[in-house]
Design a protein around this ligand. Sequence first.
Ligand code: NAD
Length: 255
Amino acid sequence: MGLSRSVEGLGVLVTGAGSGMGRATAKVFAEVGASVAVTDIDGDAVEAVVQEVVRDGGVASGWVMDVSDQNQVEKVVDGVAAKFGQLDIVINNAGISKFVAIDSNEYLDAWTTCLDVLVTGQIRVIRAALPHLRQSDCARIVNIASTEGLGATKFASAYTTAKHGVIGLTRSLAVELGGEAITVNCICPGPINTGMTASISDADKAVFARRRTALGRYGEPEEVAHATLNFCLPASRYITGAVLPVDGGLTIKNA
Ligand code: NAD
């Protein structure tokens, strides 16, 4: 496989691929010839994305998978590996966001859900995928964190703690799995136009982006998907434990 810049023919599993960045990631990998398992908790969304990929000439297989359901994760991951005959790349993208004040009655529920979906969900998928990744010459894990893994926003402490956890998980596993040539990297998206941010008005998005990002605009899901693809190239085999903001310069802008 060497230092190839192609993922053609590799088997890729994307979680939360029914919408936003997961959908864009599934489509970008399929465009460059990978076989893509589109997985999401939402079965209708899975079906729609599979149809889009196939219509565009790509190879995709759809699976309903809730990352908080241990049994389902194990069955789907093994099913994907069996279907493609290989599983080389895992993109841990599925997510939800909760904004809850620390002293609100809903806080502990939000905390439990955020940790379960955003961190334990990634761990479930990685543990299930490991036996298959160990068979691959190009084993790659990319975890989607957030700029909330690098800083903090008021009322988001459950989400923010979980995203800090994703960065810790990425670094820990990069060290633990490095001897097996499995790379583990993480992306911290900034403000991106997806389902998660759809309820924010265009005017509010424009004000926020102008004030807070160097590029002065929200990002598009495809712009994150291409960064993810770069981590997964055979040629990227010496990159591990990296934490890459894809945030239009949000984290480096002071004024
Ligand atoms: P989105 O809402 O468009 O997509 C998220 C997808 O995850 C949906 O299809 C949803 O059905 C799925 N999902 C939710 N819970 C799930 C579960 N338990 N199991 C499986 N699938 C589940 O949002 P998005 O912005 O594309 O989010 C993708 C990732 O990016 C998330 O991890 C999110 O935290 C992160 N993120 C988003 C932004 C942003 O500005 N949009 C910024 C930083 C990080």
